[in-house]
Design a protein around this ligand. Structure first.
Ligand code: GCO
Ligand code: MG
Length: 402
């Protein structure tokens, strides 16, 4: 089943997406997401200049061999640009294989391990009471797990607070927005937020929170400890995880479950975290961690250590990635939860898909392959627009992690 055509489609139906489309000699095509928020054209160029010429003529059925060919064959390993490119190719090939066998992808990955996929949605507000209202709204919509983020009094902006409605898009056109940060004010504020949420909604609804890489390990330990009475489902990215051993310090102080890994690209980025049982959920996702083939290896390693998956699913993962993630989530044994943020209506019409949401659960659908398509003529009406994620400075102007 020779590959005869491969192209990168860049579009911006509300936000930028990079999509790989590969066609075989028998007319079957597959799609893969290659979006790297704020650095989209680097991946597009890696694919177009260096990868696509290598794909033409290759047998699309040899998924593992092509993965190794692109990974080992580049000599230069890992990194978000390389791994998003390989992920896109890998996703395309799984889509093609499943379509050629006339089966939804999850059946090829071992079949369903559960009836449907538990997802969490993003509730946020400018302050505590607005966040309470947002959580109530998500409950009305049927969500069974909810992430809560709130603005902090005294700080003009912070991570995770939407600009109204249910959409949260941190990337902005032309120049990176500048946020101001105080870990002290944040640490003083967050326990009160969760005390209020538990008072309002009781003990049973799983609540999540994302600290977005902003604390030092000992600050993260303090936050985890102070949130213990409110038993979070997880505390995400409490400290940057380049230094994996820093999680030992956090673990010594708190039983709050930890989730890490949305910025990881490979199994080597989370090997120590998993093997030392320093985390509870691994957040690597299809597009940023080498595709379905590599994600399976991460999940298999995690399974031995009772670490569960909790894949990143913000709106910068395109519907192509979302579909792939849902097939993966449905099939993998040690699935934990899947993040789900609605895409805009424009995005959903550019990428028609068979996955669905009902009563807090999602299912990838029964369409052969990933069950997602791209309307290329519509996509062409939304040209790429340069956009940047925000940067973050402390009150005295020092650059900080965003
Ligand atoms: C999350 C993430 C996102 C990222 C975004 C960056 O938990 O959903 O932290 O909000 O910031 O995906 O592109
Ligand atoms: Mg996050």
């Amino acid at each position: 089943m020779k590959i005869v055509d491969a192209k990168v489609i860049i579009c911006s139906p509300g936000r930028n997406f990079v999509t790989l489309k590969v066609t075989t000699e028998d007319g079957i095509y597959g799609l893969g997401d290659a979006t790297l928020n704020g650095r989209e054209l680097a991946v597009a160029s890696y694919l177009t200049e260096h990868v696509l010429p290598l794909l033409i003529g290759r047998d699309a059925r040899r998924i593992e061999d092509i993965w190794q060919y692109l990974y080992k064959g580049a000599y230069w390993r890992r990194g978000p640009v390389t791994m998003a490119s390989i992920a896109a190719v890998d996703t395309v090939l799984w889509d093609i294989k499943a379509k050629s066998l006339n089966t939804p992808l999850y059946q090829l990955l071992g079949g369903a391990s559960r009836e449907a996929v538990l997802v969490y949605g993003h509730a946020s507000g400018a302050g505590v009471e607005e966040t309470v209202k947002a959580v109530a709204h998500y409950l009305e919509l049927g969500y069974k797990a909810i992430r809560a983020q709130s603005g902090i009094p005294g700080l003009a902006s912070t991570y995770g607070v939407g600009r109204g409605g249910m959409y949260y898009e941190p990337a902005e056109k032309d120049a990176p927005p500048e946020n101001i940060w105080s870990s002290e004010q944040y640490l003083n504020f967050v326990p009160g937020l969760f005390a209020r949420l538990r008072k309002e909604f009781g003990d049973d609804i799983p609540l999540l929170h994302d600290a977005h890489h902003r604390l030092t390990p000992i600050e993260a330990a303090r936050l985890g400890k102070s949130l213990e009475p409110f038993h979070l489902f997880w505390l995400e990215d409490p400290t940057p995880a380049e230094l994996q051993e820093s999680f030992r310090l956090i673990r010594r102080h708190t039983t709050t479950p930890l989730a890490v890994g949305e910025v990881f690209n490979s199994i080597f980025d989370c090997q120590q975290l998993i093997q030392e049982q320093l985390i509870d959920y691994i957040r690597t996702t299809v597009v940023h961690a080498g595709g379905i083939s590599h994600l399976r290896k991460i999940a298999n390693l995690a399974e031995i250590y009772q670490v569960r998956t909790g894949a990143h699913g913000a709106t910068d993962m395109s519907p192509v990635c979302m579909a792939a993630a849902l097939h993966f989530d449905l099939s993998v044994h040690n699935f934990g939860i899947q993040e789900y943020m609605h895409h805009s209506a424009e995005t959903d019409t550019v990428f028609p898909h068979s996955y669905s949401f009902e009563d807090g659960l999602m299912h990838p659908g029964e369409t052969p392959g990933l069950g997602v398509d791209i309307n290329e003529s519509l996509a062409a009406k939304y040209p790429y627009q340069r956009a940047y994620l925000p940067i973050n400075r402390k009150l005295d102007g020092t650059m900080h992690s965003w």
